[in-house]
Write a protein that binds this ligand. Structure first.
Ligand SMILES: Cc1cc2nc3c(=O)[nH]c(=O)nc-3n(C[C@H](O)[C@H](O)[C@H](O)COP(=O)(O)OP(=O)(O)OC[C@H]3O[C@@H](n4cnc5c(N)ncnc54)[C@H](O)[C@@H]3O)c2cc1C
Length: 452
């Protein structure tokens, strides 16, 4: 397809959940728009995750308000394919104007006239506004401590698919957020020797007193928190919907056979070294876990909720040997470790966006997605407006806010156009009457000159 010299009011870049949500709100509000997606709708859900991934939240929760999952029990966890199919079905529901297979390569502000010129793999688009919905997790990040050792297989969690992909031998999984902990569990169950390097984390209970943690975070207002708690900026969240959903419990993972280690510090001559922070990190994770139980109990009591008590949820297993006597270093070859999976997160990549919407560190500057460069919007970024912003249930609400903002801006422009038209009309009228007046005076003069 070609988009050569298309002109559109609003261009949305990316058709993941954010782009689809944006398109729904713009459609409802009658804003002419086009969504360009370089691959397919919800491509990252389909092909940029490991094979066995399921949604972290149950199907009743991890969805948009206007459509339920057709083929997933509301309390079950949709597979990544089902999530991708869901967004395809959603886009079809309102006939979202999405063009797939078109990459946006550059966006520049027009000089001396409004709007932006957008270069794509299929031609040039002109738009008054651009919504950047290219994802919260774009570029896999592997920290610079990664060893330069050609005998080791090293992959980022973004490239991990299944245990069969890794060579024979043990694995060091670095990072114990939702990705790292699920991958470590899967590798260990596949019979591999696994070392799991754990940093600061939150680990809410999967469910408590018969309600999923997504429900608890919702009623407790936690998904709506607008800013991260100070000092918690680098704290990851460890949750899992796999195997029907279960609470992430690192000590049980150790009982299962995974060796827990602290934060990975460095690699030198084939030896990995770890911080002495494993017990502290686990204790902080427990604190977070228990504080949610406390908040849930207080909420249930205050609101007289009839939910079954669950005192056993407060029993924390004893520390295993790997926690009481933690490894501080590990000779990888001696331990038989042949691969490292870096579950160390992602960065964004806005190199193609040549606009004044960033701070000196390259971070988008915006208020609830409305950037400092008029006409440029960001959607789907972590903490865009609140904790839920990068997640399925949060992005839909942020998209609504941006769509409302766009409608307001269109009103201002419409007012400008209208007032310009009036002004032109008035000018033309007065030019005509001036012409008429001067023509009249000429007549007058003629009559003066000729008749009188
Ligand atoms: C492992 C993992 C598990 C997750 N599990 C959950 C979960 O269970 N529940 C939940 O709510 N959230 C989950 N998330 C978080 C979040 O929901 C996903 O990251 C989701 O994919 C974000 O959607 P998005 O539309 O913002 O971005 P993306 O899904 O990344 O979509 C962006 C789209 O933009 C396209 N694109 C990028 N650049 C361009 C360009 N220049 N031109 C054209 N197109 C472009 C991409 O091809 C992509 O399709 C998970 C994230 C990860 C990493």
């Amino acid at each position: 397809m070609t988009v050569e010299r298309t002109s559109i009011d609003t261009l949305v870049v990316g058709a993941g959940q954010a782009g689809v949500a944006m398109s729904e709100h713009l459609s409802k509000l009658g804003v002419p728009h086009l969504v360009l997606e370089r691959a397919r709708i919800a491509e990252r859900w389909r092909t940029a995750r490991w094979d066995s991934l399921v949604a972290n939240g149950p199907a009743w929760h991890d969805r948009f308000p206007n459509l339920e999952f057709a083929d997933v029990d509301p309390d079950a966890f949709a597979s990544k394919e089902q999530v991708a199919d869901y967004f395809v079905a959603y886009a079809r529901k309102f006939e979202a104007p999405i063009r797939t297979g078109v990459e946006v390569r550059q966006v520049v502000r027009n000089a001396g006239r409004p709007g932006f010129t957008i270069e794509t793999s299929e031609g040039v688009v002109e738009a008054n506004r651009v919504v950047v919905a290219t994802g919260p997790f774009q570029r896999p990040v592997i920290p610079p401590i990664a060893p330069r050792d050609s005998t080791l297989t090293q992959i980022h969690s973004a490239d991990y698919r299944n245990p069969g992909q890794l060579p024979e031998g043990g694995v060091l999984v670095v990072g114990a957020g939702s990705s790292g902990v699920q991958i470590a569990d899967e590798l260990q169950r596949a019979g591999k020797r696994v070392y799991l390097s754990i940093g600061a984390h939150d680990r809410p209970p999967r469910a408590y007193r018969g309600r999923d943690f997504c429900w608890w975070l919702g009623v407790l207002g936690e998904w709506d928190a607008e800013v991260m708690k100070p000092g918690r900026e680098h704290v990851t969240i460890a949750v899992s919907g796999s195997r029907g959903g279960h609470t992430v419990d690192f000590r049980r993972l150790a009982q299962q056979g995974v060796t827990l280690v602290g934060l990975t510090k460095s690699f030198d001559k084939g030896v990995a070294t770890f911080e002495a922070d494993l017990a502290t990190n686990l204790a902080r994770g427990d604190e977070n876990y228990l504080s949610l139980l406390d908040a849930a109990d207080a909420y249930a009591e205050r609101n007289g909720l009839d939910l079954p008590p669950e005192p056993e949820a407060r029993v924390i297993p004893a520390d295993p040997e790997c926690v009481t006597h933690p490894l501080r270093d590990l000779d990888l070859a001696t331990a038989g470790v042949t691969s490292i999976v870096w579950a160390t997160g992602y960065a964004v990549d806005f190199n193609w966006l040549k606009v004044d919407a960033f701070d000196e560190k390259g971070k988008p500057v915006h208020q609830r997605g409305v950037s400092k460069e008029p006409g440029i919007y960001f959607l789907g970024l972590p903490w865009l407006s609140r904790r839920g912003s990068a997640f399925i249930w949060g992005v839909w609400h942020d998209a609504k806010h941006i769509a409302d903002h766009i409608v307001t801006q269109r009103k201002y422009l419409a007012y400008y156009d209208e007032s310009q038209r009036h002004a032109r009309g008035r000018n033309e009228e007065s030019a005509e009457s001036a012409e008429g007046a001067s023509a009249g005076s000429r007549v007058h003069k003629v009559s003066e000159m000729g008749v009188n």
